[in-house]
Design a protein around this ligand. Structure first.
Ligand SMILES: Nc1ncnc2c1ncn2[C@@H]1O[C@H](COP(=O)(O)OP(=O)(O)OP(=O)(O)O)[C@@H](O)[C@H]1O
Ligand SMILES: [Mn+2]
Length: 505
């Protein structure tokens, strides 16, 4: 009897939830609150409108957080998940009416080839091997000299370089990649030097077998969130963001982030002893007895920007070094969606909603995969929360076929509660998305495992696990849904043919 009553109450709650969601959705999709307007609105500096925009952000969050949660749990489909670990227990499966309608529509269109049932039954691993797999395997390698033949005695590092291809930095099933992660995490360092490039302290590490990696030491504890009044360009990098970004990229089947592992490093024996004179001089003991250093460079190297260990152990991320020039030469494109890097100036895309239309017409600027890659990059950055993608780097010798290489991910995972919609500007304004990317997002949406669970499973392999605080698990699932909602919104005034890019990747 009690059970029956609980069920009836459950059903009523579910009904009301769906109704409220639907009403809110109708509200939101009635042009007035179209998110596409918000860039020009912000540019006009009209505080009433600005306030309206904040309200919209707020409403969007409300819809996702309250009314659409957990439909599947309510329906008892996930009942065996209780036995699993903490993420599963805390994670919520999100559900959204606008997205459901879009998927209904696409499922009816047989030529699109979408089936939610099939997606559910296919694991993300299988799906990502299928989508774009042939194009990745067929794409070119770097122009290695003839005598640089592959050899089983090679180091994992050398294999990684040799096997890198235009359409993917590595093959997810290449055992050399896990080997390389393990090498970087465990083998002794031989040399190290300060890296000159960039605005954050980084060390270039060399191992005895010739492997090289970029070490970014930990600056913040995991639960330090970006300060709300800080501009994105004042934010510091996070070593754990570099690690999480590598795993996220691999789960998505992009393979555009060079392999990254975490490592506990002994500051005395593994950094100080190997450091040059100038770097050695910057080591000191803090008032609470921890060993610290601030590096040797012109403008950010002082004791206010120190890196301190716990005792003399510091955590950090190690990212595999890419092939050297001339074979590994890279081109650096200025991103058309780069930010202004000024408190006082807006970028063009922030004030002009038709910005993308101009871009798409400009065939001088673009080669075929440029826009789909840029939009993928921004979807990826939206999920991590990284606002700092100012350049797109590609291999010079693989130009026009080369995927972008996503090296600088340290400014992601700074805020658990804020979803930064401006990162999605290329998708919002261009209303285009690679079909494979859309299918992968849809897979994460229909489950059974949400992205948070796959991410947690993958991060468990890192020596520094836990890498992310639990707030980010909710955030990544919520952001997957936001991307799909944005696509659904695109479909209200663009055709299916225009929105989905059906390329081989
Ligand atoms: N793994 C790597 N292999 C080869 N080159 C690298 C690697 N990591 C970084 N670099 C080079 O160093 C540059 C700076 O690196 P990164 O962007 O991570 O540092 P940063 O201090 O955050 O820089 P910025 O302030 O410009 O964002 C990169 O653009 C790239 O050219
Ligand atoms: Mn950076």
């Amino acid at each position: 009897m009690m059970k029956l009553r609980a069920r009836v109450i459950g059903a009523v709650v579910l009904g009301v939830t769906v109704l409220v969601t639907w009403i809110l959705y109708e509200e939101l999709s009635s042009g007035r609150t179209d998110i596409r307007h918000h860039h020009s609105i912000e540019g006009s500096m009209d505080y009433n409108v600005l306030y309206g925009h904040q309200k919209l952000q707020h409403q969007l969050q409300q819809v996702d957080l309250k009314s659409i949660r957990d439909i599947r749990n309510t329906m008892d489909i996930n009942s065996n998940s209780q036995e699993k670990d903490y993420v599963t227990k805390n994670s919520t499966v999100l559900f959204d009416i606008a997205v459901e309608r879009l998927l209904d529509r696409l499922e009816l269109l047989t030529s699109f080839g979408l089936s939610r049932d099939l997606l559910r039954q296919t694991s993300m691993v299988i799906l990502t091997r299928q989508l774009g797999g042939i194009a990745r395997k067929r794409s070119r390698r770097l122009p290695w000299p003839q005598n640089y033949g592959s050899d089983t005695s090679w180091t994992n590092y050398r294999k990684f370089h040799h096997n890198a291809r235009a359409a993917a930095l590595y093959d997810p099933d290449d055992p050399a990649i896990d080997g390389l992660l393990n090498d970087m995490a465990t083998k002794p360092f031989k040399y190290l030097e300060m890296m000159e490039k960039g605005t954050e302290l980084k060390l270039l590490i060399q191992y005895f077998d010739g492997t090289k990696a970029v070490f970014k030491p930990m600056r913040w504890p995991r639960d330090h969130e970006t300060l709300p009044n800080h501009f994105y360009f004042n934010d510091y990098e996070r070593h754990n963001a570099e690690i999480a970004a590598f795993h996220l990229d691999r789960i998505f089947g992009f393979y555009r982030v060079p392999p990254v592992t975490g490592r506990f490093v002994n500051m005395t024996s593994e950094i100080f002893m190997l450091a040059g004179k100038a770097l050695k001089k910057t080591f000191y003991v803090s008032p609470i007895g921890n060993l610290c250093f601030f590096g040797e460079c012109s403008y950010y190297c002082d004791s206010r920007h120190s890196f301190c260990g716990v005792g003399d152990v510091i955590e950090g991320s190690l990212m595999t070094w890419l092939p050297e020039p001339p074979v590994g030469d890279r081109d650096r494109w200025r991103s058309p969606y780069r930010r202004s890097y000024s408190k006082f100036r807006k970028a063009e895309w922030e004030v002009d909603d038709t910005y993308c239309e101009g871009l798409l017409l400009d065939d001088q600027l673009l080669y075929e995969r440029f826009m789909p890659d840029l939009i993928d990059a921004h979807i990826f950055d939206f999920i991590t929360g990284n606002m700092d993608r100012h350049h797109i780097e590609v291999f010079l010798h693989l130009r026009n076929d080369s995927c972008p290489i996503h090296m600088d991910n340290g400014r992601g995972f700074g805020k658990t509660k804020v979803d930064e919609f401006s990162i999605l500007a290329p998708l919002i304004q261009c209303c285009r998305i690679r079909k494979s990317t859309f299918l992968k997002l849809t897979k994460l949406y229909v489950g059974p495992e949400p992205l948070s669970e796959l991410l947690d499973e993958s991060l468990r392999n890192d020596p520094l696990y836990p890498i992310l605080t639990s707030g980010f698990y909710d955030a990544v699932d919520r952001r997957v849904l936001h991307v799909l909602r944005t696509v659904a919104r695109c479909l209200t005034n663009h055709s299916i043919k225009d929105v989905f890019i059906d390329d081989p990747f």
